[in-house]
Design a protein around this ligand. Structure first.
Ligand code: C2E
Ligand code: MG
Ligand code: MG
Ligand code: MG
Length: 283
């Protein structure tokens, strides 16, 4: 009885915008234990240069495999983890796991990790990141932190201080979901970003929809003007890809370029230094 009630409660999560208080408490409790119970894993989605198709790195995306309910989408559990504060230890696990994975890759591939507002503003966040880099041995230049604008508006002064400290360590910072947030343009000016990620909603049918095309061209112009590379998120078709390449968008990510996959399924060829070509260059 209680179990089926629980299941219904979860179904409710999937469909409701706001989560009922009791269901939220159940999930908060489960999320507190999910790290130690090994219920999380990361999947990695490739980011590729659009002119050459070269792989530049992967974005780490969190997956929660609930023992009874199966995969719960991050769109559902991340907000709950943020509100309860559980995102801080969970986010630390994500950073550490992603950095460990990247150490095993070709030395020039980067790993991008999403960081929540609560996590960015948590005590000792910069020290934690620094410690994880030392523990895993990952070069800071290979780590990119993705931040959405909600993380910045909470406390702009503090966010700026934190981003500057991260950058002083050599870490890069990307603005995630550009265009969907609050006051995007002023944030671009106020914060030291290294990359702009245009939200997938603008990429959808960019090759056939004149409005979407105009917006994307404008963002690419801003990127060029500011000297920031622009990454198009959610590239799903060859038409979208050729539009973006023609408009000189530097980087792409999306199902058409590669699905998020578990570490073990990433292509060996992409991950390992090609000794042959390195030898050829040396000769
Ligand atoms: P995001 O950072 O903007 O990640 C991109 C989302 O788009 C991912 O959804 C990815 O699977 C999905 N995606 C990639 N290519 C395509 C495509 O071609 N078409 C479509 N329709 N979608 C595509 P996912 O993995 O469900 O993650 C959703 C959001 O949850 C992320 O958006 C991010 O904001 C958050 N998130 C994921 N992992 C973490 C994490 O470790 N920590 C934090 N704080 N947030 C995370
Ligand atoms: Mg992201
Ligand atoms: Mg995004
Ligand atoms: Mg997003």
């Amino acid at each position: 009885r209680a179990k089926s009630e629980g299941r219904d409660t979860y179904r409710f999560y999937e469909h409701a915008m706001g989560i009922e208080a009791r269901s939220r408490r159940i999930m908060e409790h489960e999320l507190r234990h999910a790290v130690t119970r090994n219920e999380f894993h990361l999947v990695y989605q490739p980011q590729k240069k659009l002119d050459t198709g070269e792989l530049i790195g992967y974005e780490a995306l969190l997956r929660w495999q609930h023992p009874e309910r199966g995969n719960v989408s991050p769109g559902i559990f991340i907000p709950v983890a943020e509100e309860s504060g559980a995102i801080v230890p969970i986010g630390e696990w994500v950073l550490k796991t992603a950095c460990q994975a990247a150490v095993s890759w070709k030395s020039n591939l980067m790993v991008a990790v999403n960081v929540s507002a609560i996590q960015l503003h948590s005590v000792n966040f910069v020290q934690t990141v620094h410690r994880i880099l030392l523990e895993t041995g990952l070069s800071p230049h290979r780590l990119e932190i993705e931040i959405t604008e909600t993380a910045l508006v909470r406390d702009m002064h503090r966010a700026l201080t934190t981003l500057r400290q991260l950058k002083a360590l050599g870490i890069r910072v990307a603005m995630d979901d550009f265009g969907t947030g609050y006051s995007s343009l002023s944030n671009l000016r106020a914060f030291p970003f290294d990359k702009i990620k245009i939200d997938g909603s603008f990429i959808r049918q960019v090759d056939t929809n004149e409005q979407a095309a105009t917006i994307v061209r404008a963002v690419l112009g801003i990127g060029r003007g500011l000297g920031l590379p622009v990454l198009a998120e959610g590239v799903e078709t060859s038409g979208e890809l050729s539009f973006l390449a023609k408009e000189l968008c530097q980087i792409g990510q999306g199902y058409y370029l590669g699905r998020p996959s578990p570490l073990d399924d990433l292509h060996e060829d992409d991950l390992r230094t090609k000794e042959k070509s390195a030898d050829a260059n040396a000769a």
